[in-house]
Design a protein around this ligand. Structure first.
Ligand code: PHE
Length: 342
């Protein structure tokens, strides 16, 4: 029968000699390993006559626990000793300030979107989230772009393997979805989200960008309401006293249509590189909702009218912060994000 008392003494003596992690591990395998000395002492139980088993079992259990406890205490002591050695080692100065963890911040697009939401929320617009993956019907046909219409030329997109399921080229299909959700109630919504266009990526374009669409439908909604809303928006977004210019334009889903410019916020209208010496900066497209589109949304155009507008938040951020290339927004250069994030 193994002499557990002297075995334990032996284990402790050897343990005291294990001076580093490596020696400790060798000791652990020798004593506490699967085929180690402690296990051997336990295995001895099976060879004993029945009447001796209870007493030996109790003793060997206590032995095992004592060896394990000694091991844990030694491991802890070695760890502390090592830490203490590192702290007093040459070249280590615990009084140096710590390293700052990298803190993320808001992307310039997110920040601009939130500013836009706040301005329109104060004017009673709700945010309506429509889908990014659309059908040809909603993206084009219900907005008066039948198949083969030349206005589609400006908005080629990405196609999925499902026929007529595409990535939306603008947020305008959300107009139809919002109207169909609310008709015949009057609505005032903004629809933010990602849009995709299949185009050559140049300094002036990205294949993915955001838009914020606006839509108001009700009784007697006029072009004057549209103008007032956009003037209020521009003054809050770009500073009081902005001048707005409405230029005749064409969109298949609005009639009449306009593009809106503000007087250049860099040069105040005198002419500079940013406004290309015109004194004006284009900020959005807009118009009165076309009667066919109202009907497609579930409103009777004889009783209801509405206006819509669509703007690019990246473009707005570019104008506000003098950024000259839209590709900075999604190229993930942290220097850009650090400079312009909030
Ligand atoms: N959807 C148009 C575009 O992407 C913008 C627009 C929206 C124009 C709403 C008029 C009304 O170019």
């Amino acid at each position: 029968m193994p002499d557990l008392t002297s075995l334990q003494q032996q284990a402790e003596t050897e343990l005291a000699q294990a001076a580093d992690a490596e020696a400790l591990e060798t000791w652990r395998i020798r004593w506490l390993g699967r085929k180690g000395l402690v296990q051997q002492a336990i295995d001895h139980l099976a060879t004993l006559p029945r009447e001796e088993r209870a007493a030996y079992g109790k003793a060997v259990n206590a032995f095992k626990q004592a060896v394990q406890a000694a091991y844990e205490a030694r491991a802890q002591a070695l760890k502390e000793a090592q830490l203490a050695a590192e702290l007093t080692a040459e070249g280590f100065d615990p009084t140096l300030p710590g390293r700052r963890p990298a803190v993320g911040r808001m992307h310039p697009t997110t920040r601009t979107l939130r500013d836009i939401y706040a301005i329109f929320a104060a004017m009673g617009f709700q945010i309506y989230t429509a889908r990014d993956v659309e059908t040809d019907e909603f993206n084009f046909q219900l907005l008066n772009f039948p198949k083969g219409h030349p206005a589609r030329e400006m908005q080629d997109t990405f196609y999925t393997t499902v026929p007529d399921v595409i990535l939306r080229t603008h947020t305008s299909p959300g107009q139809i979805r919002a109207m169909r959700d609310y008709a015949p109630e009057p609505i005032r919504v903004i629809l933010p989200g990602r849009c995709h266009r299949y185009e050559q990526v140049t300094a002036r374009s990205e294949m993915m960008f955001y838009q914020v669409e606006g839509l108001a439908v009700g009784r007697n909604v006029t072009f004057g309401d549209l103008k007032g809303t956009l003037v209020a928006f521009a003054n809050q977004m770009f500073g009081e006293g902005r001048k707005l210019r409405f230029r005749c334009s064409h969109f298949p889903f609005t009639e009449p249509s306009a593009e809106v410019d503000i007087d250049c916020i860099i040069c105040g209208g005198k002419g500079c590189r940013v406004c290309k010496y015109t004194g004006w900066l284009e900020i959005l497209g807009c118009g009165m909702v076309h009667p066919t589109v109202l009907r497609n949304g579930g409103y009777d155009p004889d009783r209801f009218s509405g206006y819509a507008f669509g703007m690019g938040p990246e473009r707005i951020a570019m104008l506000r912060h003098g950024i000259d290339d839209i590709r900075y927004f999604y190229s993930n250069d942290v220097r850009f994000l650090r400079q312009l994030g909030w």
